[in-house]
Design a protein around this ligand. Structure first.
Ligand SMILES: C[S@@+](CC[C@H](N)C(=O)[O-])C[C@H]1O[C@@H](n2cnc3c(N)ncnc32)[C@H](O)[C@@H]1O
Length: 483
C-alpha cells in the first residue's frame, strides 16, 4: 500500500469508527473537518499517526478526547416549542387523552423522554406544557428524562440559560412567566429544572437501552434519526418501540416518519403534524415479552464477562439442534449451497422452519444474503429463544453486525461463537477478514492461521451453511496466501 492510500485507509477507518459507534454522517464537508481536526488533535495529544489516535480514543485514557470529537460532530440546532403543530397536538389531544385514561385506571404517573434533547429547549418545553395543561400536576408523579450524546449541550441544558434566539416560536408571555431575565439572557425557573433528569446517552449504545429507559407514555425523538443510516435508525427504533408503553405516543421529526414503517404504530394526524401511537402488543409465542429478552441479554453479558463460569453450571442439551434432524433442512441446505436461494427459502417456509433451530439459522442466513437485515435480526432473536448457547446462532448475529459495519459487535459475536466451539471454522475466518478491514495485521494473521488449522475438520453441513460459494481447497489456498 503506498503512503497516500494508507492515509485514506486510516481516515476511512476513523470515519467507520464514528459512523458505527455514534451514527455520525460524514459528507464531504465533514470529512474535511475531520481531516483538519485529526491533524490538530494528534499534535495536541502528542500522537504520531491516525492509527494511534484511533487507538487512543478507543481506550479508557482517551475518554475525554473521544467526547471532544463527539461534541465537535453533533448538530445541536433546536429551540423552544419547535414545530408548533406538535405542541398543539400534545396540548389539545394527547395530554387530555392520556390524563383521561390514567385517571380511569387510578394511575397518576406520567413518564416522558426527550431523546436527543440537545441544549434542553425541547425538554423544558415539555415541562412547561405539562405544568400548564395537567390539572393538579404537582399531585402527579411526573418524570421527564432528557438525554443526549453531546456533553457540552447537556451542560448547557442543565444550566438552563438561553439567548433570545432560542425563543423564535415562543409567545412573549410564556418567556416572561417561566424565565427570569438577566443581562440579556433567560434562565428557566427552578421548578422546571427539577422536573427533568438530564443524562448522557448514546442512542447507538452497544448494550442496548438501560432498564430504566422503559414504560414511557411519550417519547420525543426528533431530528436525530435522520442523521443515521437506515439500518442504524431501524435498530434504534426497535429499542424506542420497546421503551414505549402500549398506546404511548412517539414524536418524530418531519423527515423521519419512514423509519417506523416496519413497526406497529398508528399514525395520528393533527393539522400539519403526525404523531405515532404504539399499537397494543400482538403476542408472538416465540417472543413472549421483553422480560424474557432482558433475561437472555443478561445471560449473554454473563457469557462475555465470565464465559467458563457460566458454562460450568450449564448442562447443554443439544438433542434438538442436531444438524441432520430433518430431511427438508438437508434439501434446503443443498439448494442454498448451489445458489438456489429462493427455492431453499420457499421450502423452509413451507415446512414451518421455526420449529427447528438450524432451519431457522438457515432462514436468517438467507436474509443476510438478501441484505434484509431487519428480518435477519428477528430470526436471530427467535433462534436465541430456542437455544441461547449455540455457536451458529452467535455467528448469525455476528454476520448481521458485520453487514451493518458494526465491527466491534461482530467481533464479539465471532468470539462468542468460538468460545462455544473452537473448531467452528467460519468465525475464525470472518475475524481474519474483519481485522484485515480494520488494519490489524497481527490479529488478521492469527485468525487466518487458526482458521487454516481447523478448515479440514469442519463439519460438512456447517461448512455448507456458512461458507456458501466456497470450497475447502479454495479457502486453503486463500488462507495460505495470507499467512
Ligand atoms: C438537531 S438536534 C435535535 C434536538 C431536538 N430533539 C429538536 O428536535 O429540536 C440533534 C441532537 O441529536 C444528538 N445526537 C446525535 N447523535 C446522537 C446519538 N448517537 N445519541 C444521542 N444523541 C445524539 C446531538 O448531539 C444533537 O443534540
Amino acid at each position: 500500500m503506498d503512503a497516500r492510500s494508507h492515509m485514506t485507509y486510516i481516515e476511512n477507518t476513523t470515519i467507520s469508527f464514528f459512523q458505527n459507534e455514534f451514527g455520525f454522517h460524514f459528507d464531504e464537508e465533514n470529512k474535511k473537518r475531520l481531516k483538519y481536526l485529526l491533524t490538530n488533535r494528534m499534535k495536541k495529544n502528542g500522537l504520531t499517526s491516525e492509527k494511534k489516535y484511533l487507538e487512543f480514543i478507543c481506550s479508557k485514557k482517551g475518554t475525554h478526547e473521544r467526547q471532544f470529537m463527539i461534541d465537535s460532530f453533533t448538530v445541536g440546532e433546536t429551540y423552544f416549542f419547535r414545530n408548533s403543530h406538535h405542541w398543539n397536538a400534545l396540548k389539545n389531544k394527547i395530554l387530555p387523552e392520556i390524563i383521561r385514561n390514567k385517571v380511569v385506571r387510578n394511575d397518576m404517573s406520567l413518564r416522558v423522554w426527550s431523546a436527543a434533547c440537545s441544549s434542553g429547549e425541547e425538554s423544558y418545553s415539555l415541562a412547561i406544557m405539562i405544568s400548564e395543561n395537567m390539572p393538579h400536576y404537582k399531585k402527579w408523579d411526573i418524570e421527564i428524562l432528557a438525554t443526549d450524546i453531546n456533553e457540552v449541550s447537556l451542560n448547557h441544558a442543565r444550566q438552563g440559560i438561553y439567548r433570545e434566539s432560542a425563543f423564535r416560536e415562543t409567545m412573549d408571555d410564556c418567556k416572561n412567566k417561566y424565565f427570569s431575565k438577566s443581562r440579556g439572557r433567560y434562565r428557566i425557573r427552578n421548578c422546571f429544572r427539577k422536573m427533568i433528569t438530564f443524562e448522557h446517552f448514546n442512542l447507538i449504545s452497544k448494550n442496548g437501552f438501560p432498564k430504566h429507559y422503559s414504560c414511557f407514555d411519550i417519547i420525543f425523538c426528533r431530528n436525530v434519526l435522520m442523521y443515521f443510516t437506515s439500518n442504524i435508525a431501524a435498530h434504534i427504533m426497535e429499542h424506542i418501540y420497546q421503551a414505549l408503553n402500549d398506546e404511548g405516543y412517539l414524536f418524530l421529526g418531519h423527515a423521519e416518519s419512514h423509519i417506523i414503517k416496519n413497526f406497529s404504530f398508528k399514525p395520528l394526524s393533527f393539522d400539519n403534524a403526525f404523531v405515532y401511537q404504539k399499537q397494543r402488543k400482538k403476542v408472538n409465542p416465540l417472543k413472549k415479552d421483553t422480560l424474557e429478552i432482558n433475561k437472555l441479554q443478561q445471560k449473554r453479558k454473563c457469557i462475555q464477562k465470565h464465559p467458563f463460569e457460566y458454562l460450568k453450571n450449564k448442562s447443554r442439551n443439544d438433542s434438538h439442534i442436531n444438524l441432520s434432524d430433518k430431511n427438508y433442512f438437508h434439501e434446503a441446505l443443498n439448494l442454498y449451497s448451489i445458489g438456489k436461494i429462493d427455492d431453499a427459502q420457499m421450502l423452509l417456509n413451507k415446512n414451518n422452519h421455526n420449529k427447528n433451530l438450524y432451519s431457522l439459522i438457515l432462514v436468517g442466513l438467507i436474509y443476510v444474503y438478501k441484505k434484509d437485515l431487519q428480518a435477519a435480526q428477528i430470526i436471530f432473536n427467535e433462534a436465541q429463544m430456542i437455544h441461547d448457547l449455540t455457536p451458529e446462532t452467535y455467528m448469525l448475529g455476528a454476520m448481521i453486525h458485520e453487514e451493518m459495519n458494526r465491527f466491534s459487535e461482530a467481533i464479539n459475536g465471532c468470539r462468542n461463537a468460538i468460545f462455544l466451539d473452537q473448531t467452528f471454522f467460519y468465525p475464525h475466518f470472518r475475524l481474519g477478514e474483519m481485522y484485515r478491514k480494520l488494519g490489524d495485521k497481527e490479529k488478521m494473521h492469527k485468525s487466518f492461521n487458526n482458521a487454516l488449522k481447523i478448515l479440514h475438520l469442519e463439519h460438512s453441513n456447517r461448512f455448507k451453511l456458512f461458507c456458501v460459494g466456497y470450497n475447502k481447497e479454495f479457502l486453503e489456498d486463500y488462507l495460505k496466501s495470507n499467512q
